[in-house]
Design a protein around this ligand. Structure first.
Ligand SMILES: [Cu+2]
Length: 665
């Protein structure tokens, strides 16, 4: 509690500093949400540092999200220093769960930027619209045209990156009129191994991915429409240099049908109902690795059916949102070990014992605009979750550890949060409080001998875990004038029954050379503190400078560091724009990671600074536009690794990239 007060004092000091900055014009409305524009349509994404970069790079360049890297592909998002099990990550409001027991396939890896319009990032309990969460939510919004006057556009993109010989090609065709909208795209990416600074090759870092998607919508009446959409995504030959295995195949089929009514009544603005299905297949591969002690096959599958029905309403000063949703997920993963001695028997295990999760929940939100520039937001969710171990072999294996374990567990998950904002001249102050719960993930509750290469332990799930409970407070100040903006935020999470692995010395590991077995345990509590400061200043009309500072601190109930917490990091940019030219130089860096957790396999990563430079030009012809951007990343070819690099795999060294986008309207 004492620490909590100190944090609050620090934040208040920040407030005072920011208040001293002069005010002179109107302020944009404060929100703890961040929107990352992805859509290539009309070059909306040209502000992006690298327009044809992966979804992962878009997320990494946003202010709020960090990415945990196990290679050059399929990074795992971290928001408020919390990873996927504590986040709600959805595609257009749809639940989708990866099929890898080693987190090789976060769901952000199953889309391409060509599928997306934007990504919304909501912090903490403000992110419960689509599901229960502790750290917040990331929703990837699929690109859709609007019904309207006839419009056809064709886009072609190509990209190349020198460091890993990455080739990127994509094409899209979009058509819309008053009655029909059609969006289609296809993309392909292929990379060889990348090279860290000083020309050191990072073996097993290659990948290949293609993605096709289509959505078709019809007007069913003046005010209503029906839209079907499908995404097929497949990655092959993906290397994970930080892990002991690679992936031969990761594929997803994501499909949905939605029915939407606009202006249903004077109060109901929109009402949308969607049914969806997605299926994922994940196949790991160790056949290309030298010196494999014991060859393993580890495939995994995840299938999800779901729906939501969402209404947006306006009644006097109230903006209301309701979302009723539900899903049914089936997660299954297995492991077969092939001993080198052929006389020994194969060993077979269910690492995810065919877990069936049924969830249904209801979300409500009320945003209230009051007099004198006060506003108030209240949101909450209540959900019921049922998890069943459908496979008897899997159930019996877990019953060796938990003899009393039942086939089915039921949980109730609730959350409530509020935020109050007050605008004074150019400054908006926001204070929020929240409470939320989450159920343990499939791995945390039912995982069976999952090897973690970070701390070198085998992990066993624990079906008796209590729900994790988060008490959250957050503060924000935003100052905005024509030339100057500052946005500072801080959040503090007190998480009760915090789920993490703890060594059980009575158990013996299965993985050769592992250090032992850890069982998922609910710690008494853990705390996580995050803060950031973002500013930009237009020096003259053509020159903009911007900066971002961030810092995080995570401790368990005994004051030990939590793993994967972001140390002090910074980013500065200098941007020059003239006519159709745009040039940018930026500096990206981090202090050394002093608050590391050796218990969870971390060591102190050093401080680093890297410099990037890029420039773009936009050509206009009659019906067509061409946008070309080239840049040099890590100009000085610095060799470095950060807190977010699994097992300290080094980041890429110098890289030259060229992106070209061509649009015919
Ligand atoms: Cu995997």
């Amino acid at each position: 509690m004492k620490k909590y007060i100190i944090h609050l004092l620090l934040i208040s000091a920040g407030f005072v500093l920011a208040q001293e900055i002069e005010n002179d014009s109107l302020l944009a409305y404060q929100n703890l949400e961040e929107v990352i524009v992805v859509s290539k349509a009309r070059f909306k994404n040209e502000k992006q540092y690298k327009p044809l970069s992966s979804v992962d790079e878009y997320l990494e360049n946003s202010g709020k999200v960090s990415m945990i890297k196990r290679g050059n592909y399929a990074w795992e998002a971290s928001l408020n220093n919390m990873l996927s099990e504590r986040l709600s990550i959805t595609i257009d409001g749809m639940q989708i769960f990866g099929a890898c027991t080693d987190k090789m396939d976060p769901i952000t890896s199953y889309v391409d930027i060509s599928n997306l319009d934007k990504i919304t990032v909501s912090s903490g309990q403000h992110g419960t619209q689509n599901g229960a969460t502790i750290g917040g939510a990331i929703d990837l919004k699929i690109q859709k045209n609007n019904f309207g006057s006839e419009n056809l556009n064709i886009g072609i993109d190509t990209g190349y990156e020198s460091n890993s010989s990455t080739k990127i090609a994509s094409g899209e065709l979009n058509y819309s009129n008053k009655k029909i909208v059609l969006n289609t795209d296809a993309s392909y990416r292929k990379a060889t191994n990348y090279y860290a600074g000083n020309n050191q090759e990072v073996l097993f870092s290659q990948y290949e991915k293609y993605n096709i998607s289509s959505s078709l919508g019809f007007k069913t009446s003046n005010k209503s429409s029906i839209t079907g959409s499908i995404i097929y995504d497949q990655a092959n030959n993906v290397g994970y240099p930080a892990l002991t295995m690679d992936v031969s195949l990761a594929k997803a089929l994501i499909s949905a049908v939605a029915y939407k009514i606009d202006s249903l009544s004077p109060t109901i603005n929109t009402w949308e109902t969607k049914a969806y299905y997605n299926t994922i297949t994940h196949v790991m591969d160790d056949t290309k690795r030298p010196d494999v002690a014991i060859h393993m096959d580890m495939p995994g599958w995840s299938d999800t059916f779901g729906f939501y029905s969402k209404a947006q309403m306006q009644k006097n000063e109230h903006s209301l949102l309701f979302n009723l949703n539900g899903y049914y997920n089936k997660s299954l993963a297995e492991m077969t070990m092939y001993p080198n001695n052929q006389n020994e028997n194969l060993m077979f295990m269910l690492t995810w014992p065919d877990v069936r999760t049924l969830y249904s929940g209801f979300y409500a939100e009320d945003y209230l605009k009051l007099k004198n520039n006060w506003s108030f937001l209240l949101n909450g969710r209540i959900g019921f979750q049922n998890a069943t171990v459908a496979d008897d072999l899997g159930l019996h294996s877990l019953q060796i550890f938990y003899p009393e374990m039942k086939k089915t567990t039921t949980r109730i998950l609730s959350s409530l949060s509020s935020k109050i904002s007050k605008k004074v001249n150019n400054t908006t102050f926001t204070v929020g409080l929240g409470y939320g719960e989450r159920a343990p993930s499939v791995t945390e509750a039912y995982g069976f001998y999952l090897y973690n290469s970070f701390d070198n332990y085998d992990y066993v799930g624990n079906p008796n875990l209590k729900n994790e409970k988060s008490f959250e407070s957050n503060l924000g100040i935003q100052y905005h004038t024509k030339h100057f903006t500052v946005n500072t935020e801080a959040s503090y999470f007190y998480i009760k029954d915090y789920i993490i692995g703890r060594t059980n010395p009575d158990l013996t590991q299965m993985t050769i050379n592992a250090d032992g077995v850890r069982i998922y345990t609910g710690l008494n509590y853990a705390t996580i503190f995050n803060t950031s400061l973002k500013a930009s200043y237009k020096i003259v009309s053509r020159v903009l400078v911007s900066g971002l500072l961030s810092y995080g601190l995570g401790k368990d109930h005994q004051g030990n560091n939590l793993p994967l917490i972001k140390p002090f990091s910074y980013r500065f940019g200098l941007h020059y724009k003239k006519d159709f030219w745009d040039t940018e130089i930026n500096l990206n860096g981090s202090d050394s990671q002093n608050n590391f957790s050796s218990y969870y396999g971390e060591n102190k990563t050093g401080a680093y600074t890297i410099v990037n430079l890029s420039s773009s030009y936009r050509f206009h012809f009659n019906q067509t536009k061409l946008y070309v951007k080239a840049g040099l990343e890590n100009i000085f070819d610095t060799y470095y690794t950060s807190y977010s690099d699994w097992n300290n795999i080094p980041r890429p060294g110098r890289n030259l990239f060229i992106n070209a986008s061509y649009i015919i309207n």
